[in-house]
Design a protein around this ligand. Structure first.
Ligand code: UN1
Length: 499
């Protein structure tokens, strides 16, 4: 599975139940975003590896499809147990590779555990539908069939949770899988795949191919034997995936980010709101699709809330996620850090004010990593780029509004629609918000992050293409309905024609 030279470990793909090098023998470096240290070398795979993985998944499909779903579920239960046992070890590796603070990395793995148990239970349900026939002595029911071989293309910000969401839902439904993890986080995916292998998943049912989007993702999406694609990542790449897949009428689910807002009304519990805002805006260094990057605040409490946030934001401690004292870890990469920073000039040009932060953090050891100071932007108005574009960093834009109706309109007016929240103690305002906020997820008196796996996850508008992950929504995506009619009358009965 891994070859160790003096210090550098070289890791492999997992195809047909075996750990193997990329066909080309090439590798790419994987570095710790907090320290710049080399974690290991991972396969730089290409079309040849994709072909092998898809062939292995195709070969395994009939065996897996015909394995009773409760038995598939038993393997997922073991996956859940092993993930729970290895939680600390995997969380540490995840933090080292992705940067999020350890307490959040544990949550990331826990989300995999939760999904394993949830989907394992679905192995004894996978409900279809039984309906009466319009004709006598005839039965009618609908069952769920797997799609076949599916591709799961996953991002770096939830390197265990999101591969778990996708693969577990796909597998319980009887699909076989090729998993392509983000180039920045192959190690977390490798550890997850090892858990599957140790839990007894048959060879070829789940395959891991590491590499870039253009070298692995594209041939995977284009492969004629891949029936469905579940993709989480950027808007731009999601569009390409969708267009490519459309050429072959493939089913695609896309999760492409957000520009999520927290609304705070004059009557809100401000202390609670501050906790929710800091957690949602700066947790995971703002690198969640669900992160709050806008605060829409009613006029009466704007100044006070801003002041309280300023106090909290300036106290946040930057550092490696493995250190207990760290509140905010690094950004994933230099290029991401620079991209976040480029928004400061944009903000200034448009007339926003940097209340705190707005700088690349370079004090002492921070210079080795990709750290960015938690940033509050004041005087932001609807329509500004910092109010509309996903920044994916620790940057919160503060927008003042007069009324609930205005707050809801500002929230809804972006190209994304993933998560939103409102802090209020007015039941009518909360009820109105639940009805009128047009995001896929809505929170009352909580921040925008922290969705639980038993409900559908996803959003409206540019956040996706209408599908949902997690909960039962995931099974809708990973199964094909088959309607079955059984005529036991012994004669020809014509629907719609015979009385
Ligand atoms: C993501 O950022 O893509 O709701 C996933 C949350 C997490 C999942 C986020 N449970 O914040």
């Amino acid at each position: 599975m891994a070859a160790q030279t003096s210090e550098i470990t070289t890791y492999q793909n997992y195809i047909g139940g075996e750990w193997v090098d990329a066909a080309s023998g090439e590798t790419s470096e994987n570095r710790d975003p907090a320290t710049g240290e080399l974690i290991g070398l991972f396969p730089r795979s290409g079309a040849e590896d994709v072909n092998r993985a898809v062939a292995a998944a195709r070969k395994a499909f009939d065996g897996w499809r015909l394995t009773p779903a409760p038995k598939r579920g038993e393997i997922l239960y073991r996956v859940g147990q092993l993930l729970a046992e290895r939680k600390e070890e995997i969380a540490r590796a995840l933090t080292r590779e992705m940067g999020k603070v350890l307490v959040e990395a544990r949550g990331d793995v826990q989300e995999g555990v939760d999904m394993a148990f949830y989907m394992a239970g679905e192995g004894r349900r996978l409900f279809g539908s039984i309906v009466p026939s319009e004709l006598p002595n005839k039965a009618a029911y609908g069952v769920r069939d797997p799609l076949g071989v599916v591709a799961c293309i996953t991002p770096w910000n939830f390197p265990v949770a999101i591969p778990s969401w996708k693969t577990m839902a796909a597998l319980i439904a009887g699909n076989t899988v090729v998993l392509k993890p983000a180039t920045d986080t192959p190690n977390s995916a490798r550890l997850l795949v090892q858990v599957y292998a140790d839990a007894g998943l048959p060879p070829g049912v789940l395959n891991l191919v590491c590499g870039t989007g253009s070298e692995v993702g594209t041939p995977l999406v284009q492969h004629p034997d891949v029936a469905g694609i579940s993709f989480t990542g950027s808007n731009e790449v999601g569009r390409e995936v969708n267009v490519e897949a459309a050429r072959q009428f493939k089913r695609v689910t896309l999760e492409l980010g957000g520009k999520n807002a927290i609304i705070v009304m004059d009557d809100a519990d401000l202390e609670l709101a501050v906790d929710g805002i800091v957690w949602s805006a700066f947790g995971t260094t703002g690198q969640r699709c669900t992160a709050a990057s806008r605060l829409i605040v009613q006029k009466g409490v704007r100044a006070e809330l801003e002041q309280r946030l300023l106090e909290r934001a300036t106290k946040l401690r930057l550092g490696p996620g493995l250190e207990e004292t760290t509140d905010v870890g690094p950004l994933i990469s230099r290029s991401q850090r620079d991209r976040v920073h480029s928004y400061m000039a944009v903000a200034r040009d448009e007339g926003a004010r940097i209340l705190t932060g707005g700088e690349i953090a370079t004090d002492g050891d921070l210079a080795q990593g990709n750290f960015y100071t938690p940033t509050l932007l004041g005087d932001v108005r609807p329509g500004m780029r910092v109010e509309q574009e996903e920044i994916f960093g620790p940057v919160l834009s503060i927008i003042e509004v007069e009324t609930l109706a205005e707050a809801i309109a500002v929230n809804n007016n972006t190209r994304y629609g993933l998560s939103s929240s409102i802090f209020t103690n007015n039941i009518n305002a909360a009820q109105t918000a639940m009805r009128d906020l047009t995001t896929g997820i809505v929170y009352i008196n909580a921040g925008t992050i922290g969705a639980e796996i038993q409900l559908p996850f996803g959003g409206t508008r540019g956040t996706g293409n209408g599908h949902r992950e997690a909960g039962l929504g995931a099974l809708e995506f990973f199964t094909e309905w088959k309607a079955i009619y059984i005529d036991y009358s012994g004669r020809l009965q014509r629907a719609q024609i015979d009385a």
